[in-house]
Design a protein. Structure first.
Length: 171
């Protein structure tokens, strides 16, 4: 690099945005290098095919996920999430206008593909046009299986107690 160009580079100050981006990138690289777990860790998206429970059209089962993450079953139009020892089952569509929800790894949030409403991994509303959390299905864990009852869906604004209870814990 020529001395003149090096001098120009050194004399050009970073704008605030560039400085913050470089600091954030350095922090992430440092954190990954140190092996920090938790929110910096990735929540992979997996694809599922739920098995129907004999004698019931509305019951679907899945193996309990081994790690935190997001699993999508397009055929049953639901999302299964394991987050910090809790398991949730959600409708695949946004409660605002029934557009598809998509997991955004970099933000660790669900986003509506139409209007951009945001939700955390537990389905709690964060921001956007929607006015409530993601629709939760009744869920239970038994013998290493997650049972989702698609006939029992809870809307946060209509049945807050049911919505709060629509979670299973795993060890």
């Amino acid at each position: 690099m020529s001395t003149k160009l090096l001098t120009q580079v050194q004399e050009t100050p970073l704008c605030r945005r560039e400085f913050l981006q470089q600091c954030a990138t350095g922090a992430v690289v440092l954190g990954l290098g140190m092996g920090l777990p938790g929110k910096l860790g990735a929540r992979p998206v997996r694809w599922l095919d739920g098995a129907g429970v004999t004698g019931s059209e509305d019951q679907v089962t899945y193996p309990v996920p081994g790690e935190d993450g997001v699993s999508v079953d397009r055929g049953n139009e639901l999302i299964l999430v394991k987050d910090a020892g809790a398991v949730f089952a959600f409708a695949l569509s946004c409660p605002h206008q029934r557009s598809m929800l998509k997991w955004r790894e970099k933000d660790q949030q669900f986003r509506c593909t139409k209007h951009g409403s945001k939700y955390d991994p537990s389905g709690e509303y964060v921001s956007g046009r929607a006015t409530r959390g993601m629709d939760r299905y009744a869920v239970r864990v038994e013998a290493g299986q997650v049972f989702v009852d698609k006939s029992r869906i809870y809307l946060q604004d209509e049945d807050p107690a049911g919505w709060e209870a629509a979670v299973a814990t795993v060890g």
